[in-house]
Design a protein around this ligand. Sequence first.
Ligand code: HEC
Length: 135
Amino acid sequence: MKKSSITLIAGFAFLMMSFGLPEGDKTPWEIPDEYKNMENPYKGDKGLDRIGKMLYAKNCKSCHGNKGEADGPRAKQIDVPMFDLSSEDFQAAYNDGEIYYMSIIGRDEMPNFESKIPDDEDRWAVVNYIRSLKK
Ligand code: HEC
């Protein structure tokens, strides 16, 4: 085989790989150790239930849906697959520090909430609320 046709086949295979990602597949979250190892100082703090629910309704529900099932009205315009936050799989896969990172720092289509939710107690209230969505 000529070198040029090998390059062509390799190039084609690469294109297929980049456009042919199966539905539901997405790049794994890369979460820095500093977040992975973070303890939730408000774990089990029932006093934060109301504020967590309120902040979720205000900032997250439009995409993630009422119960975290990725069925909010804005979810339709989003191409990236979103996990069902209420599923056992999601709840088991990530610890509180990781959920904090994904929720507050975000990436790409998942907005950053550092300035919208500046207070650390409020941030953990949202994390606790996500925990409460577990089916
Ligand atoms: C504009 C729509 C939008 C809003 C608003 C939004 N998210 Fe997201 N969120 C996403 C998308 C899209 C992803 C998936 C991003 C990815 O995988 O790159 C995501 C991912 C996540 C994840 C990780 C699970 C996953 O599917 O990867 C968590 C946890 C999360 N969001 C929490 C929140 C919280 C908490 C709020 C509110 C403070 C919020 N999100 C607001 C769109 C949104």
